[in-house]
Design a protein around this ligand. Structure first.
Ligand SMILES: [Mg+2]
Length: 429
């Protein structure tokens, strides 16, 4: 049977998704966060799905890329990555990305973050056209399920008074006891046995106490702490000394490769990152200096599922571990993460996922964690279906927004509760 794999239409749907008041060193999550859903339609009527960040700067780039993809083959992804698309320079200032805590911003990283959604959508469409799962297009799965860790956050019980937003039933977690209670719920609801605490919110002593409380409540469970570069080298070393025996790894204790290398040189606690190694260009310095022992890949900003496999191969060659970073995301991205994670042989740490925090999704059926794991789908493509009514509802929320929430800004969200809040200067402690 001859198939026509020509792209006849690319649909871009920006949406706003409910997000709980999760705290990080920059501020707090806004009540709604922007995401972009990409649909690639072929001449045969097959539709592939992709998902990425939905802030204005990503949308601005997605529109010309969508135009350039139309008329090409869904198998033509390498050429798509070779297209020279101008990136608005004002969107990329080389500064650390405040909202996403995802390291340095470059034009190329922004471009890759958008292209990744197109790549995933093309692979989903190709898989559907051929009747093969995406993992088969990547060489096949080496495991039947992928382990994820419970992503614990210090959080408020609710968004500030007067702020529109959805309610959640997780309650507040503002001290060690609250963190342990949250971890219990994660375990009860989803079966997670590995825990990561987002740190950099309270002084290190309190976060050390929270990790100790977790270790006591869940003996033998792997634990991680991620302050997003909020600590000095000396503070990082102090925390490493205090928690060394309890941690699977310490994630981005200090900001940037030189500081991470200094910490790594003086502790045996493995260091992980999704902030100082976020592009292929950053690998050489970090690996040569021994700054990181685990790279947390994010297929969005690394440029898709094939680049994720390339990163994993490089890490393997250098004896560096690989796992996955997560930002607020929906089921399309979780399905993509699971498909590629299933193909990476040297995946020795549970991946991160925000998904349990997201009460809304654009899928007809939510993905479910069983024992903290997601089963690897063998259905064609990503194995998920779009709920068009829900997509339309979340898009209406985006359309009706006056622009205040279309760009994620955790510091702005914090100023609603604390008007004097300024984005902290790093290192904060
Ligand atoms: Mg991190």
């Amino acid at each position: 049977m001859t198939r026509d794999l020509t792209v006849t239409e690319v649909r871009l749907t920006p949406i706003l998704v409910a997000d709980p008041p999760l705290l990080n060193t920059q501020g707090v999550h806004q009540p709604y966060t922007p995401r972009l859903i990409v649909e690639v339609v072929t001449a045969d009527g097959v539709t592939g799905l992709g998902e990425t960040y939905g802030d204005t700067k990503y949308l601005e780039l997605a529109r010309p890329l969508a135009d350039r993809l139309t008329g090409r083959q869904i198998t033509d992804v390498n050429a798509l990555f070779g297209l020279d698309i101008a990136v608005n320079a004002s969107r990329v200032d080389g500064a650390v990305d405040v909202g996403g805590l995802r390291g340095v911003q470059t034009a190329d990283k922004l471009r890759l973050s958008v292209l990744s959604a197109f790549e995933v959508a093309c692979l989903d469409a190709l898989g559907r056209a051929l009747g093969l799962p995406v993992h088969a297009l990547l060489g096949g799965k080496v495991r039947d399920s992928v382990e994820y860790s419970a992503y614990l956050f210090h959080k408020w019980a609710a968004h500030p008074e007067g702020v529109p937003g959805e309610k959640d039933d997780w309650g507040a977690a503002l001290d060690p006891a609250g963190v342990v209670e949250q971890a219990r719920r994660f375990k009860e609801r989803h079966g997670f046995t590995s825990f990561k605490l987002k740190g950099g919110v309270f002084p290190p002593e309190q976060e050390i106490a929270a990790v100790r409380a977790l270790a006591e409540a869940f003996p033998g469970h792997p634990l991680r702490l991620d302050p997003n570069g909020a600590w000095s080298v000396e503070t990082s070393l102090r925390v490493a000394r205090e928690l060394g025996d309890l941690l699977e790894y310490l994630e981005d204790p200090a900001l940037g490769t030189p500081a991470m290398a200094e910490v790594a040189a003086r502790t045996d606690v493995p260091l992980a990152t999704n902030m100082c190694v976020t592009t292929f260009a950053e690998i050489a310095e970090a690996f040569t200096k021994g700054a990181v022992q685990v790279v947390l890949c994010d297929h969005h900003y690394w440029g898709g599922l094939r680049n994720t496999r390339q990163l994993a191969a490089i890490c393997s060659a250098f004896g560096v571990g690989v796992s996955m970073h997560s930002n607020t995301h929906l089921g399309v991205s979780l399905a993509a993460m699971t498909q590629v994670a299933a193909t990476v042989p040297d995946l020795h740490h549970a991946c991160d996922s925000h998904y349990p925090w997201q009460s809304e999704d654009v899928l007809t059926e939510r993905l479910a964690f069983d024992g903290g794991r997601i089963a690897v789908s063998d259905a064609p493509g990503l194995g998920v279906e779009l709920d068009r009514d829900e997509l339309a509802r979340l898009n209406r929320r985006w359309t009706e927004d006056d622009g205040a929430l279309r760009d994620r800004d955790d510091a702005a969200a914090m100023r609603v509760a604390e008007p004097d809040w300024v984005t902290p200067t790093m290192p904060r402690w």
